[in-house]
Design a protein around this ligand. Structure first.
Ligand code: ZN
Length: 404
């Protein structure tokens, strides 16, 4: 059983390194003594681990003036600027690439339309554009430590295997392995909405709490649930398919095959479809002057007081609120975050959501529950970067880089 024992020793090593790195990242500048204190690790272990981190360049020493004016103590902080990652968002009809440094700053990005109808087209297009992005930015890229990819679909986050995508037939796509073999760098793959929920926790609206739920309304409707600072994952490792909660048994058919799913009411295409239907029936609205209508038009006209646009969005808020109330009862979050174009009319939308959450969840669960807009909407790749950040903080990536 030697193999098992070696495995355990490696795991302990990884966890200890991660604990030290995490403390320096989150509480730095911090001294070695404080690290030993907080982490409960032996001072000798702290010295050994910080030496490794210093040698690899992940942390640096800074002199701190003691508040009493006494001698200067040496503290440690993380070094983020030399370590770069590429974060990729695969949309249903676009690709976005960003280059981040380890502190979460986007250094450059590139957006392009991207249409694919088969797994092969998806993989070929992604690999080609990734290679182009790297070539184009090679002067900017310092140490490339990882590549992160988020996509609409179900992913096994441990193996990086894509199991399902809503818009294309997927057969056991080993995406993380493929990228790793082609670009010789670690690759993390995950669901887009769950990634963005993690990004809100690290960099956005839910930094101040440990339990939150992000509800995203774009082409589809999904949720990411953060419990105790971690993305909540169930047995099949994917939780948050809020878009497929049935809210109307006699509703429209959903792309999943069932009828009346939340997504058939509360997603951008569903909202626009319904407005068009009402306009065709002859309902009066300032929107009827437009040739074609998109979700931003609906929000804009609602904000200007158009009754049809307003009532359409109140209806969406009602249905979203009902589904969110279910998640509130199940998870008792400290905050609800809404992402999507519809937050442009949050003065109309959020009160409707709140009213339904208040009517349909436990009073103690919703009495002090803020409903807020996403803070990271301008950075759609941040979810992919957040998976890399998480792999540094939990040691999975950190340990690999230390052993390279
Ligand atoms: Zn459905």
């Amino acid at each position: 059983m030697t193999g098992g024992q070696i495995g355990n020793v490696d795991l302990v090593k990884q966890l200890n390194s991660a604990a030290v790195y995490r403390l320096i990242d989150q509480q730095g500048p911090i001294s070695r003594i404080q690290i030993a204190d907080v982490s409960q690790l032996a001072p000798a272990s702290v010295t050994k681990i910080t030496r490794q981190l210093l040698e690899r360049g992940f942390i640096k020493e800074v002199a701190q003036q003691a508040s009493t004016g006494g001698r200067r103590a040496i503290s440690l902080t993380t070094e983020v600027e030399p370590f770069h990652s590429i974060a990729i968002r695969v949309g249903r009809d676009y690709l976005k690439f960003s280059l981040y440094h380890l502190g979460g700053r986007e250094l450059t990005s590139e957006y392009s339309e991207f249409f694919y109808t088969t797994q092969e087209e998806l993989v070929d297009g992604l690999m080609t554009q990734l290679r182009t992005f790297i070539t184009k930015n090679h002067l900017l890229i310092n140490q490339l430590i990882a590549i992160g990819i988020i996509l609409p679909g179900l992913v096994n986050p441990e193996t990086g295997v894509v199991e399902y995508m809503p818009n294309v037939k997927i057969d056991n796509l080993h995406l993380s392995e493929l990228v790793h073999n082609n670009f010789h760098v670690e690759c993390f793959v995950g669901n887009d909405v769950r990634g963005m929920a993690l990004a809100e926790h690290y960099f956005g609206a839910s930094q101040d709490c440990q339990d939150s739920i992000l509800v995203s309304v774009h082409r589809g409707t999904g949720a990411g649930i953060i419990v105790n600072g971690q993305v909540f994952l169930g047995y099949n490792r994917n939780v948050g398919e809020i878009g497929h909660i049935q809210i109307d048994p006699l509703g429209e058919q959903c792309q999943c095959g069932n009828f009346g799913c939340l997504e058939t009411v509360a997603s951008n295409p569903a909202i626009v479809d319904r407005v068009n239907k009402l306009l065709n029936q002859g309902y009066k609205s300032s929107l009827s002057e437009l040739e074609t209508i998109n979700i931003s038009d609906v929000c804009e006209h609602a904000n200007l007081g158009d009754e049809l646009a307003k009532q359409s969005l109140v209806r969406v808020g009602d249905q979203l609120g009902k589904a969110i109330a279910i998640t509130v009862n199940l998870f008792n979050p400290q905050k609800i975050i809404i992402a999507g174009d519809i937050t442009q009319c949050k003065e109309i939308l959020f009160p409707a959501i709140l009213r339904n959450v208040q009517n349909q969840s436990l009073q103690t669960f919703h009495s002090d529950l803020p409903i807020v807009s996403s803070q990271i909407e301008a950075y759609p790749t941040l979810g992919a970067f957040s998976m890399i950040k998480r792999a540094m903080l939990n040691g999975v990536l950190l340990q690999k880089l230390l052993e390279d």
